[in-house]
Design a binder for this molecule. Structure first.
Ligand SMILES: *Cc1c(COP(=O)(O)O)cnc(C)c1O
Length: 399
């Protein structure tokens, strides 16, 4: 199989859905590449300043504004955002952090990197795949320091109940809003409800920059700690010194290099301007999936009765009838050029986390683990793409 794209594909890599290695009729997610994106990146490249500078600062200001947060801090990726958030709220060795097992593994990994221990909690069930606040409370021990809240698929968690648990036990709340830029809980944006919110700009997320991430917070002390840890614990940046704003620096913490660069910030600013409209397009596609698939032949769509307007609709997740062969189902869709995925194999089932995972029972997570399938979802899906997916799902179910 060739991995070198033809020249025309290299110029417009994704819009034609022709990734270099596999050509799906309907991919799981897809980027739209256009002249504006190419122009802003070219302008940065030509500017001669590529590392964190004025473009990153502008992206941060615009993102903070969008969220209604005091401060936004751009980082290398969403995992780095989670890592810094935990360190900033004071998580360290001997602590425990509660996190849903039905989640991407990054959150559990970074809890470990701080020296703390992840404690897995359950979800509410097949309709609501978000964490169950009652099980969060059941998971609290004297060592618990923080909760990482995942707004699964972009659907806001029951933050009222989670904030109550946090307040009762004096826990920090870190929101993993990787799926949820633009999602709202009541009148607040996801990411701005807890102590600090974390976003990812990975290529398949709602606001893609390739790699990239952002933290948002209203807490000035947290922001200061995050800003310092992001750049080696140093008190000034290369950018400050370049501008003549500083000529030396002190090191006040054992930090990291988690900075974002100017090329990605330029893409991020364009994508941020398109986010509302793109999320609305995602909502319309999910509504089509619900209308055509939910309740048909034993198939369910997750979050089918949730308020679709408050979600960022990062994922369209279907639940197969109990006992249905998921591999065969996905295999049939693959054979028709329709890409699917599983978000996620629960973290407690992975080899590395199995021992830790066995400490708590997660019946609702276990009950959906073999039934969930993620369907293609990206804002520029056509009616034909959607129909291809729904027809294929229904055929696969009756086979
Ligand atoms: C994508 C994602 C991350 C990690 O973000 P990266 O930018 O890929 O590091 C973390 N948590 C969740 C829920 C995600 O979806």
């Amino acid at each position: 199989m060739t991995i070198t794209p033809r020249l025309d594909e290299r110029q417009r890599p994704a819009a034609g859905k022709n990734g270099p290695e596999m050509s799906w009729q309907v991919p799981l997610s897809d980027l739209l590449v256009d002249d504006e994106i190419e122009t802003v990146v070219r302008n940065v490249v030509r500017s001669g300043w590529w590392s964190m500078g004025a473009g990153v600062a502008a992206f941060e200001d615009e993102f903070a504004d969008f969220c209604g947060a005091k401060t936004a801090l751009a980082v290398t990726n969403g995992t780095a955002a989670l890592h810094l958030a935990l360190l900033a709220v004071g998580v360290g060795p001997e602590d425990e952090v509660i996190v849903p097992s039905l989640n991407f593994v990054a959150a559990a990994n970074v809890i470990g990197h701080t020296g703390a221990t992840p404690v897995f909690c359950d979800i509410r069930g097949g309709e609501d795949l978000n964490m169950d606040p009652e099980d969060v409370e059941a998971a609290v021990t004297p060592r618990t320091r923080a909760i990482i809240v995942l707004h699964y698929g972009g659907h806001p968690c029951d933050m009222e109940a989670i904030l109550e648990v946090a307040a009762r036990h004096d826990l920090a709340v870190v929101e993993d809003a990787a799926h949820a830029p633009g999602a709202r809980w009541r009148d607040q944006m996801c990411g701005t409800i807890g102590n600090v919110g974390c976003f990812s700009f990975f290529s398949n997320k709602n606001l893609p920059t390739g790699e990239g991430g952002m933290l948002v917070t209203d807490d000035g002390d947290l922001a200061d700690r995050i800003r310092r840890l992001r750049s080696h614990g140093m008190t000034t940046l290369t950018w400050d010194r370049h501008r003549g704003h500083a000529s030396s620096y002190d090191v006040v913490a054992q930090g990291f290099n988690y900075r974002l660069d100017e090329m990605r910030a330029a893409i991020g600013r364009v994508e941020l301007g398109r986010l509302r409209e793109r999320n609305a397009a995602r909502a319309r596609i999910v509504n089509r999936y619900r209308a055509e698939l939910h309740g048909v032949r034993g198939v369910q769509m997750a979050f089918a009765s949730a308020d679709g307007n408050s979600s960022a609709h990062h994922l369209a997740v279907l639940l197969l009838p109990e006992g249905h062969d998921r591999d065969a189902f996905r295999g049939f869709l693959t054979s028709r050029g329709i890409q699917t995925s599983v978000h996620y194999p629960p973290i407690h089932t992975f080899s590395y986390y199995r021992t830790l995972g066995a400490r708590r029972k997660l019946p609702a997570t276990d009950a959906v683990a073999d039934r969930i399938v993620t369907l293609p979802l990206y804002p520029h899906m056509t009616d034909r793409d959607i129909a291809a997916v729904t027809e294929c799902v229904l055929r696969a179910i009756t086979r």
